[in-house]
Design a protein around this ligand. Structure first.
Ligand code: WTA
Length: 628
């Protein structure tokens, strides 16, 4: 396949110019490098008001032919996936493109044999083993829409996602290894499936070998595979057919099932992958994310495989068996591009630097960061100790909704600036708006917005187009509104300042405060609650819950029960760091909770509360301060 990357500042400038002058011709030029059964007859049709976005209209393709089949002609034996297991004593696996193709086709036939067909939704709740990537690609092979649910979510959260998309099959495993822990995935799935009438079959991968109970609809993955062969022609998909659904938090209790479509997503993830990381033939690339998040979808599976890269999949965690594990894996597989989250860097930076230095990191060429703003201290530690001042750092801003990286530097090609994501990718038109929705120019701070579609923008929220419109296109008509604030320097570099809505990014995970409040309110002793984020030196942000109990309860017992309840309803990642029992919450006279004030209280910024005299209950501030 042709190299999609701009390798010099001048070719980058040219691309930017071309994209500005004629966006459709620009994207058509990139899309030509993929294999289409039928070429598109129109590049783009869109209206941000309805909102409707269609790319490469009339084009027919299958993304797996682009990620697998076409590489069989040129590099069948090249390693597609290096699997590094949780336990460093277990052997790593190298899966070639031809082996991956065969395993995907076989798994696709397994799905078909169990009744799956184009357009069906298949839920995937699996640990980070090669079979997770294979499951994703097998769905894409037959045109089934995959909905991966991160294997740290609870039974309640899993069931809600299965039911929202009415999935017909669940793919899971007996359990998953994560550091010293084993997650009982099948038990959690069993609990979820007691309330998921749409599921007809549950196919279970044997990973840990632990005992699992068995139900009528359960099937063992390995037994099902034995019944089928590996000949599976790809389903021909329309460019705009849905490829997958991936849930993200919103500011109401219900998660949003973002829908991505085949053609545009393929083009953008491959284009951005090669450009941002400056991937070169023969490089080994490692993204430490889980495939349960968008980063894993776009930059472990689809983007790297579309350009024929070698991508590392890591089952474990950065702290097991010690805090040097990431660097050990980098040295072992001679990783060239390493992509992780600021929260991981902050956690590792607390441990002796010897844990980094004892590993040979000389293969590293590029470092990446994703998921939240990277603070200066973490940036410099990453640059000095991991990159040895020799690796460009790409700070990549994007979202589940954007499908791919929108604002970033290109490693070694465009200038980096610590704590700044820097410039929009060629083809991306990012602007800043004031509160009235007017574009503001120059060095300033405002609301980030995108004014022209890019190919991998999510097309809708599954089953709720109205909500898609309301959340992303209504506040500032004519723009895509991502929910982040940003500032811009004199050179046009963007620095993302954080969410401007009720989503908190904790350890790189998007958490809506509303679903957590709903979980807390479900406790019989809770009258009302409010959850806000506060700055945390490792997690970036952590959660502070203010809870009003309804009777004389033991605050310690209550807070313990509430933590368990949140973990059970959403997942352990959503457990508040602090739960404060209070007798009231600061409210406006119309009864609205003043979250702005709660955020200041949680951060201990008592001198920045502003005027509280207009509150309905100003006296509550003193009480909250005193018992915090
Ligand atoms: C935040 C993750 C600052 C941002 C790919 C965004 C970032 C949300 C960065 C999306 C970054 C992501 N700098 N903030 N480089 N990358 N964010 O959907 O608030 O899990 O809106 O996608 O993470 O999180 P999501």
């Amino acid at each position: 396949m042709k190299d999609l990357a701009y390798r010099t500042a001048s070719s980058y400038q040219q691309a930017k110019q071309h994209a500005n002058d004629n966006p459709e011709a620009f994207w058509a030029d990139i899309a030509k490098n993929f294999e289409w059964h039928t070429p598109w007859n129109k590049v783009l049709e869109y209206d941000f008001h309805t909102p409707e976005v269609n790319w490469f209209l009339g084009g027919k393709l299958n993304i797996t032919e682009n990620c697998l089949d076409r590489h069989l002609k040129t590099q069948p034996d090249k390693t597609a996936i290096i699997f590094e297991p949780n336990d460093p004593n277990d052997a790593a696996q190298h899966i070639s493109y031809s082996e991956l193709h065969s395993r995907v086709c076989r798994a696709a036939n397994m799905l078909k044999a169990n009744g799956a067909k184009k357009g069906d939704r298949i839920c995937i709740y699996m640990p980070m083993t090669p079979e997770l990537a294979i499951a994703v690609l097998a769905c894409a092979r037959i045109g089934a829409i995959h909905s991966v649910v991160f294997a740290g979510f609870s039974a309640t959260a899993l069931a809600a996602r299965i039911n929202d998309a009415e999935c017909s099959i669940l793919l899971t495993a007996d359990g998953g290894f994560r550091g010293a822990k084993v997650t009982p995935l099948k038990d959690i799935a069993d609990e979820a499936l007691t309330s998921c009438p749409s599921i007809k079959n549950c196919i279970v991968l044997k990973r840990t070998g632990q005992y699992v109970s068995w139900n009528n609809m359960d099937l063992w993955w390995h037994e099902e595979l034995e019944k089928v062969n590996d000949n599976c022609p790809a389903e021909v998909m329309d460019s705009e057919d849905p490829l997958f659904i991936l849930y993200t938090s919103g500011s109401t209790g219900k998660p949003k099932g973002m829908v991505h479509s085949c053609g545009g997503y393929m083009v953008y993830t491959a284009y951005s992958f090669q450009n941002v990381f400056q991937y070169q033939k023969g490089d080994v690339y490692w993204c430490t994310a889980d495939i349960g998040w968008i980063t894993g979808h776009s930059y472990i599976v689809y983007g790297p495989l579309a350009v024929g890269a070698t991508t590392v999949m890591f089952e474990g965690v950065p702290s097991y068996p010690d805090y040097g594990r990431f660097w050990e894996v980098c040295a072992k597989h001679k990783v060239n591009q390493f992509y992780t989250a600021p929260t991981a860097i902050r956690a590792l930076q607390k441990h002796p630097v010897e844990l980094v230095n004892k590993h040979d990191l000389s293969s590293l060429k590029v470092l990446g960061s994703v998921g939240e703003p990277i603070n200066a201290e973490a940036w410099h530690w990453y640059d000095k100790h991991v990159g040895k001042h020799n690796c460009p750092i790409v700070d990549t801003w994007w979202q589940t909704e954007t499908g791919g990286i929108l604002i970033t530097s290109l490693a070694g090609v465009t200038p980096q600036k610590p704590t700044f994501a820097t410039l929009p990718m060629p083809g991306v038109q990012a602007v800043l708006l004031d509160n009235e929705g007017n574009e503001i120019e120059g060095e300033t701070e405002g609301i980030l917005a995108i004014k022209h579609p890019w190919p991998s923008i999510a097309r809708t929220i599954w089953g709720d187009h109205e909500r898609y419109k309301n959340v992303y296109f209504s506040a500032y008509p004519g723009y895509y509104f991502p929910g982040d604030g940003a500032l811009r320097d004199a050179e046009g570099n963007f620095r993302i300042t954080g969410r401007v809505d009720d989503v908190v990014i904790v350890s790189g995970h998007n958490l809506g405060t509303a679903p957590i409040e709903n979980a807390l309110n479900a406790h019989k002793a809770v009258v009302e609650s409010a959850v806000v984020g506060f700055p945390h030196d490792v997690k970036g942000n952590a959660l502070h819950a203010f809870v009003i109990p309804n009777s004389e309860v033991d605050p310690n017992e209550l807070t313990d029960e509430l933590r368990v309840l949140v973990a059970k309803t959403i997942g352990p990642i959503a457990k508040p760091d602090r739960i404060q029992v209070v007798s009231g919450l600061p409210k406006t006279r119309s009864g609205k909770i003043m979250r702005r004030i709660l955020r200041k209280l949680a951060a201990g910024e008592y001198d920045q509360l502003g005027d509280v005299s207009t509150l309905l209950n100003p006296e509550i501030i003193q009480e909250i301060k005193q018992n915090s």
